[in-house]
Design a protein around this ligand. Structure first.
Ligand SMILES: Nc1ncnc2c1ncn2[C@@H]1O[C@H](COP(=O)(O)OP(=O)(O)OP(=O)(O)O)[C@@H](O)[C@H]1O
Ligand SMILES: [Mg+2]
Length: 242
């Protein structure tokens, strides 16, 4: 298995505010790569740089051998980068199926016929097939998260970006999400998963990165990262008298 994604000394932000600073990491093909870090450390911003919502001022992003650092967002989507949003935002008035179809046709550029096939596959993989005719606005939070993932799958990504899909869910629902991610991994997707729910990061990832202040603080096996002193300190904050 090869390297799917490389961030190499990436600095990026919003206007003049720099958020990511010299961020470097690698994601291997077929793995679930977890990302943790305190609120505001730049996790979602890293996704924004990856999908082309913001363009780095420094460094390189290489995806599947392509230098995508400055590539337009729609071109990246077509190369196979699919994201979910931290706050799900489906078209409320449309059915579950229509929401995924829109992603497949407009996001990935499929014909309607091909889009329908891709959309139905995405609904099966996310457990929403039986709810495909339900209006998106009527879904429970868990199903909205499923739909968010199904919409990303509608663009037929090779790399799937999950941003806090377990946030706000009950313990039982979090288990459902973990099962879904395991299914997606088994189906061959490479996944980057940002999450604050520790259980998911320890049990469902192959590699875990902890970010702090826009940098890669530590990357390694999930338990090693979780148990490290460095990571404990960024979450607790270093005591003032030290
Ligand atoms: N569109 C924007 N314009 C200006 N600043 C922004 C914008 N989006 C985010 N920021 C700032 O960038 C910093 C990093 O935000 P980001 O959303 O990447 O953090 P995060 O690690 O995803 O946090 P959380 O765990 O709370 O989701 C924060 O200080 C945030 O206020
Ligand atoms: Mg975030």
């Amino acid at each position: 298995m090869g390297t799917k994604l490389v961030f190499s000394n990436v600095s990026a932000g919003y206007g003049r505010i720099q958020i990511l600073s010299d961020l470097s990491f690698e994601v291997q093909e077929g793995e679930v790569f977890g990302v943790i870090g305190p609120n505001g450390c730049g996790k979602t911003t890293m996704f924004n740089a990856l999908i082309g919502l913001i363009i780095p001022s420094k460094g390189e992003i290489i995806f599947d051998g392509h230098n995508i650092t400055k590539m337009a967002a729609n071109a990246r989507c077509r190369l196979g980068i699919g994201r979910t949003y931290q706050v799900p935002r489906p078209f409320e008035g449309m059915s579950v199926f229509e929401n995924v179809l829109v992603a497949a046709v407009h996001g990935a550029g499929h014909s309607e016929k091909e889009g329908r096939r891709v959309a139905l596959d995405a609904l099966k993989l996310t457990g929403l097939y039986d709810k495909r005719e339900v209006r998106a606005g009527e879904l429970t939070l868990l199903d909205r998260k499923r739909l968010e993932i199904a919409r990303a799958l509608g663009t037929e990504p090779k790399l799937l970006l999950l941003d806090e899909v377990a946030a706000g869910l009950t313990e039982a629902e979090v288990k459902d999400v973990m099962k879904m991610v395991a299914d997606l991994k088994a189906a061959g997707y490479t996944i980057i998963w940002i999450e604050h729910v520790i259980e998911t990061m320890v049990n469902s990832t192959d590699t875990l990165m902890c970010m702090a202040e826009g940098r890669n603080l530590l990357v390694g096996k999930p338990l090693d990262v979780m148990n490290s002193k460095l990571v404990e300190e960024v979450y607790l904050g270093v005591p003032e008298d030290e």
